[in-house]
Design a protein around this ligand. Structure first.
Ligand code: SF4
Length: 217
């Protein structure tokens, strides 16, 4: 039976998949712990506000023909063992499929890429600085393997990097841009750290002390 742990649902969004009117499913659980995360309640594998998968399916059933697509976001969607069957179920209802991922599970990404129409890929840092950003060992290797899979596929994508001046230096950002370019990546976008939802008070406060820095995703 398909069961995807959903910790939140945006019934209508025009910004989660550029140019598309979508519903966004926030999958529960993420193996990483980025300090700038603005959905920290989605990091634990099981959350208190979980929405039953069947309720999600019923909701989408009532939106057939009204939305262009459905975005699987998170948390980290590729953490879900049943992601492939969940995507197939939603696709069979006639929706385009968008996926937000940081790429911690290249194997599962490879499994679902043929079903996906667009990927928003969070590329977090140059490979050597990855573990510092995610708090997870060897995360850079996994992310770069996932990036390779994405770039070798025919799936449309955006690459985006969240920047907080305390976490990623200008030199590291330039290094990352070079790594992305060397890999053949295009449409790499920088997005400034967004304090709303972030649970790391030190990070939020240090931003307030940084003159001239106020960002939105
Ligand atoms: S990968 Fe995304 S969801 Fe996971 S901790 Fe980092 S910012 Fe949060």
């Amino acid at each position: 039976m398909t069961e995807i742990r959903i910790g939140g649902l945006a019934r209508l969004s025009s910004c989660d998949w550029p140019g598309q009117l979508v519903a966004t499913l926030f999958c529960q659980g993420c193996p990483w712990a980025c300090r700038y995360c603005h959905n920290p309640h989605l990091i634990p594998a099981k959350g208190e506000t979980q929405i039953a998968w069947q309720m999600v399916v019923d909701f989408l059933g009532a939106r057939r023909g009204l939305l262009d697509g459905v975005v699987f976001s998170g948390g980290e969607p590729t953490l879900q063992p049943n992601l492939e069957s969940g995507i197939k179920q939603v696709k069979a209802m006639g929706f385009g499929i968008g996926l937000h991922t940081g790429g911690p599970y290249p194997g599962r990404l490879a499994q679902v890429l043929p079903l996906v129409d667009w990927v928003g890929f969070d590329i977090k840092a140059p490979r050597k600085a990855y573990d510092r950003i995610t708090g997870a060992r060897r995360s850079g290797d996994k992310a770069m393997r996932s990036l390779r899979l994405l770039l070798d596929s025919a799936v449309a994508y955006d690459l985006r990097t969240t920047v907080h001046p305390d976490l990623l230096s200008r030199e590291e950002l330039l290094e990352l841009a070079a790594e992305v370019s060397e890999a053949g990546g295009k449409d790499h976008r920088i997005q400034k750290f967004r304090p709303d939802g972030c649970a790391d008070i030190d990070l939020v406060n240090s931003l307030n002390l940084t003159s001239g820095y106020s960002g939105q995703r």
